[in-house]
Design a protein around this ligand. Structure first.
Ligand SMILES: [Mn+2]
Length: 431
């Protein structure tokens, strides 16, 4: 399934570029590109193609093999913003369909100068001649160790070799900041992704008893998300019983047992905007007393965290609170002595054992969106809230995840209407 990018609004991308220009020094040139698709095997490419999210954020364009140059103070206005794009050839049209015309690229991006890619280096030369600072768009994820073979690094080295005396800057910190403030129209797309996720979950509960394996559930989730015009935001986690204690379990290939819990961590992506939800359901239609006890303990932590989260707090501070709340939950579940609550050093090893991940992450055009965990949250930030408790020895893993938008005073829980009370979940499975 491919998104129809003409559903976007060019004025959003125009506005995002204007917001970017305020952060640039005079004589700055921003270099962006969507590389060619990478080869997977034989003549297959990795599918689906993943456009660079900063390119999409600034232009609304998602096709491979395009370049974008932004040079907001270049004297010739027609060259301040340029997209290099090759319209499909007659042969490509026969095999792959019409594709986008240059005119549609113009309408989608709001950029009026569209040139063939063969002109990239000559126009680049003119803009480089004018510019002092070159902003390179590199994938800079805190958890991804880059390789010199990454396409963004190869492109950056090529430019640096050609223009060694220019001053190169990082585009990423500026884009991370801009992207952390979700704009009203972006929130509309996010809500659409959340809505697809909710509908698929409701349909799944109604038909859960028809499925015998994790794989069948994964197929249902994926199929319904696509039918609603979305795609998986990430490979769904469908984990029965003790598999739920593996945090990123994606094997999804075991039979389901009626006495087990089933952990479902999935989300729809809509026009590249993501939702990320986790629910845990009793596959056989009824929680055992212990399963319900663990479930309710996690639900309590999640509710308390959601009412705690507000602007001004950092991700790191919220994590502290999540750990403290989880420590209390572990006492209630008889997994830790009450004594240990007195001292963080005492309870932390237990919390790390049963809750070995963060309470949440930034989300947006990336499921793990760029963000700074030591900086105060600001209104417009979009984060997940996903406490969990995993008890290996009992084969029980519970994580509950909702997506929140930070407001001026607190947050809006975009998943407040997705069933989460254990009794409600049981009813939905059994009717
Ligand atoms: Mn998540």
């Amino acid at each position: 399934m491919k998104f129809d990018i003409r559903e976007g609004w060019s004025d959003s991308y125009i506005k995002n570029r204007e917001r970017l220009y305020k952060f640039l020094p005079p004589r700055a040139l921003v270099l962006l590109h969507n590389p060619r698709p990478s080869s997977a095997t034989a003549d297959l490419h990795y599918e689906p193609y993943e456009p660079d999210r900063n390119v999409f954020y600034l232009t609304g364009l998602d096709m491979p093999n395009i370049y974008v140059l932004l040079c907001p103070d270049y004297p010739d206005k027609a060259k301040r913003e340029v997209v290099f794009y090759d319209e499909p050839s007659e042969v490509q049209k026969i095999w792959e369909g019409e594709g986008l015309s240059a005119e549609e690229v113009k309408k989608t991006s709001g950029i009026t100068t569209i040139l063939p890619t063969s002109e990239f280096f000559s126009i680049l030369q003119q803009l480089m001649f004018h510019s002092q600072y070159v902003f390179l768009n590199l994938n800079e994820n805190e958890r991804y160790v880059p390789s010199t073979n990454d396409l963004d690094r190869l492109f950056a080295s090529q430019i640096k070799n050609l223009y060694p005396a220019h001053e190169f800057r990082r585009l990423n910190p500026i884009l991370a900041l801009l992207r952390s403030e979700k704009q009203p129209r972006e929130i509309e797309f996010i809500k659409k992704a959340v809505e697809i996720t909710r509908k698929v979950f409701m349909e799944l509960l109604a038909t859960l008893k028809d499925f015998k394996t994790e794989a069948e559930v994964e197929g249902f989730i994926t199929g319904r998300i696509i039918a609603y015009g979305g795609r998986n935001a990430f490979p769904p986690i469908v984990a029965g019983g003790k598999n739920a204690t593996i945090l990123h379990y994606t094997d999804n290939n075991k039979p389901l047992n009626s006495e087990d819990l089933l952990l479902l961590d999935f989300g729809a992506q809509y026009l590249y905007w993501n939702a990320d939800m986790t629910r845990v359901v009793p596959y056989g239609g009824k929680f055992s007393p212990r399963q319900k006890e663990v479930y309710n303990a996690v639900l309590k932590v999640q509710r308390e965290l959601i009412s705690f989260i507000k602007p001004g707090l950092t991700i790191a501070e919220i994590q502290e609170e999540a750990q403290k709340l989880t420590a209390y939950a572990l006492v209630d579940l008889r997994l830790m002595d009450r004594e240990k609550l007195k001292d963080k050093k005492e309870y932390q090893p237990f919390v790390r054992k049963y809750f070995p991940h963060g309470f949440g992450h930034f989300i947006g055009l990336d499921v793990h969106e760029q963000g700074y965990r030591y900086e105060p949250l600001r209104p417009g930030a979009y984060i997940t809230c996903e406490p969990g408790i995993y008890i290996q020895e009992e084969g029980i893993g519970v994580r509950l995840e909702n997506d929140l938008i930070i407001t001026e005073t607190g947050n809006i829980d975009l998943m407040a209407d997705v069933p989460i009370e254990p009794e409600e979940i049981e009813d939905l499975i059994n009717t």
